[in-house]
Design a protein around this ligand. Structure first.
Ligand SMILES: Nc1ncnc2c1ncn2[C@@H]1O[C@H](COP(=O)(O)OP(=O)(O)OP(=O)(O)O)[C@@H](O)[C@H]1O
Length: 596
């Protein structure tokens, strides 16, 4: 998933054309049919006008019928070419867009999750969907119309020369140039308007995404009016960006219309002045209008060029965004005969250079044991776990699994060694079975049953109406927090990797749930090397070792009882827990007997 590095470099048109260079055959065919379409359409109009001129000059039906049939044939050819052009060009654009989207998904995977924390979800959705959709106009229309206009427009001027004479051709050419001049003159404004519109739309999308995800919190804290005010402001910005864009686009349309009128009038005056016969005069005037077809079609799409080019920049920016970690390792996975040891060796790390979070952490999780990380909030526990999952690389020092520095392994190989159970596991809006099979596609009924039993999913599974085929709702909304965590543990059991990183839920549990969860954790940790970010005393007591992180340094490592006796920061941590007093006093908690 991390590969698929795009072959595009450069922004805007350069990037767009570079992508197109991989699809030259369908592009060439689209241009060919666009030329046939436009040339046939123009010829049909000119021929019909010439026929009308001849009829007015008293020509007989015998002379007019062949012109009629030619006009009909050219119209039919135009229709057929139009259909084929539209078919091939859209096929081309969908193919290119599918490729770009694949690259975008690859980019998400490459920069995730380290790089994604800096980005808003709504912004990424706009880039993956709307921005890449905007490029459709370029691949299905703009690029093809530019190429066709380069062929058809000069041909129209030459045709004008042969029908209406040199003076008519000279009268037409400046208007054709004038039609392109205004959009070219307004190009900078168009680019700015496109960027403004995209920015406003992204801001709107981000607000709406936040609204959907945070509605419960917003309403319960009475933030509804503020939120509505923010949405209204985003709406106003969007409307004003759209207004500027459409005012400029309208101006360009008007300019195109004036140029067509001016060209027809100039050719008419020149023809009349030169004493052109009626058929040639009518054909010239018709051609003066028809010659604008390629340019009009081009102008229709270049009106949104600012949006297209800005979208291209945004897509290519994302494609070129460097990964949070460099995927340069080529070492083979360590050959394991059992769970490997995990070692943090003098690890230094900070999310930005000015503020170190880990300040020389050296810590070993012996093979096959469970080490619980304890520490005050912000001490760096999750950060240490991030490094073991290679969401980031240390600035100094090394993280090793089975003696191999993680940076020496290809990124795609790491999931073979390490499995992550996050604090809030993401559950897809799908059945429980599909959510579990994510960890082991095609898992047998037995595999699923064992994992569910070991992770203590079975007790609540029996209460669900459709068992494993129950749809768990958006992000698993149909399950409780504790149930979601047990599903996450079942996934880890199905995944069955030798090293486990477990970010324990910090939510308080009742005694029964606590016992169930601990049983599930014991089962998943069995036979694995486990690093657990501990939030519960039960976990600290059950762990083989506890490491105390204090302001990015290891304050002490040992068993729970040892640390209580000798490590002041640890004593303070334990005391801070809701039931610490009972523990220190030796007063048994309701479930203590069962665990000691
Ligand atoms: N993505 C990030 N970007 C910048 N700073 C971060 C990021 N994630 C964490 N931090 C900072 O790094 C420090 C350590 O955070 P970390 O999440 O590792 O602490 P923790 O010990 O796991 O805390 P908790 O128990 O509250 O989860 C904190 O000061 C935090 O604000």
């Amino acid at each position: 998933m991390t590969s698929a590095s795009p072959a595009v470099k450069g922004r805007g048109v350069a990037g767009l054309l570079r992508v197109l260079s991989g699809h030259l055959r369908p592009f060439g065919l689209s241009v060919l049919f666009a030329v046939v379409n436009q040339a046939a359409g123009m010829s049909a109009v000119v021929l019909a006008a010439a026929a009308a001129g001849r009829a007015l000059s008293g020509a007989g039906t015998a002379e007019l019928w062949p012109m009629f049939w030619w006009t009909l044939g050219l119209t039919a050819l135009r229709a057929a070419a139009n259909w084929v052009e539209s078919w091939i060009s859209h096929e081309l654009s969908f193919r290119v867009l599918a490729q770009i989207r694949q690259w975008l998904y690859g980019a998400f995977a490459r920069i995730a999750p380290g790089g994604l924390v800096r980005r808003r979800g709504g912004d990424l959705v706009v880039r993956a969907l709307r921005d890449s959709e905007s490029l459709e106009i370029f691949y299905a229309h703009t690029s093809i119309y530019i190429a066709a206009a380069l062929v058809v427009t000069p041909s129209a001027v030459v045709a004008m020369g042969s029908i209406g004479g040199l003076r008519a051709a000279v009268a037409l050419a400046p208007w054709l140039i004038a039609a392109l001049a205004l959009p070219l003159a307004l190009r900078r404004a168009g680019t700015r308007h496109g960027a403004d519109l995209n920015r406003a739309l992204t801001a709107m999308n981000v607000e709406v995404t936040d609204l959907v995800h945070g509605l419960r919190e917003t309403l319960s804290f009475g933030g509804g009016p503020d939120l509505l005010a923010r949405l209204r402001a985003a709406d106003r910005r969007l409307a004003s960006a759209e207004r500027r864009q459409s005012l400029r686009a309208g101006l360009e349309t008007v300019a195109g219309g004036i140029a067509i009128g001016g060209a027809s009038l100039s050719v008419l005056v020149t023809g009349l002045d030169g004493g052109l016969p009626a058929p040639a005069l009518l054909a010239s005037v018709a051609l003066a209008g028809a010659a604008f077809t390629p340019i009009t079609m081009l102008l229709n799409v270049t009106r949104v060029w600012g949006i297209t080019s800005d979208s291209a920049d945004r897509v290519f920016d994302l494609l070129e965004e460097p990964a949070a970690v460099a995927d340069t390792g080529a070492a083979a996975l360590p050959v394991l005969t059992g769970p490997p040891a995990v070692e943090f060796d003098q690890v230094v790390f900070g999310y930005d250079e000015t503020r170190p979070v880990l300040r020389g952490v050296s810590l070993t999780v012996p093979a096959g044991t469970t080490l619980a990380l304890a520490g005050a909030t912000g001490a760096g526990k999750s950060t240490l776990a991030h490094l073991l999952l290679r969401h980031f690389d240390p600035a100094a020092g090394a993280v090793r699994v089975g003696g191999v520095d993680l940076r020496d392994l290809p990124l795609d190989d790491l999931p073979e060694l390490v499995c992550h159970v996050p604090q809030e596991a993401f559950l897809f809006h799908d059945t429980l079975r599909a959510n579990l099979e994510l960890a082991r596609p095609g898992a047998s009924a037995d595999d699923l049953a064992h994992a569910c039993a070991d992770a203590r999913v079975t007790p609540f599974l029996e209460r669900l109406s459709d068992g494993l085929d129950t749809v768990v709702g958006e992000r698993g909304a149909a399950l409780s927090g504790g149930e979601r965590q047990r599903v996450a543990i079942a996934r880890a059991l199905l995944r069955d990797r030798p090293v486990l990183v477990l970010d324990e839920s910090s939510s308080q549990l009742d005694a029964l749930s606590e016992r169930e969860l601990q049983a599930a954790l014991d089962r998943v940790g069995n036979g694995r090397t486990t690093l657990v970010i501990a939030h519960r005393l039960t976990t600290l007591r059950h762990a083989d070792l506890v490491a105390v992180l204090d302001h990015g340094r290891i304050a002490d490592v040992g068993g729970h009882a040892e640390l209580l006796a000798r490590c002041e920061p640890y004593r303070r941590l334990v005391q801070a827990q809701a039931d610490a007093a009972a523990l220190l006093d030796g007063r048994p908690r309701p479930d203590d007997d069962a665990r000691r």
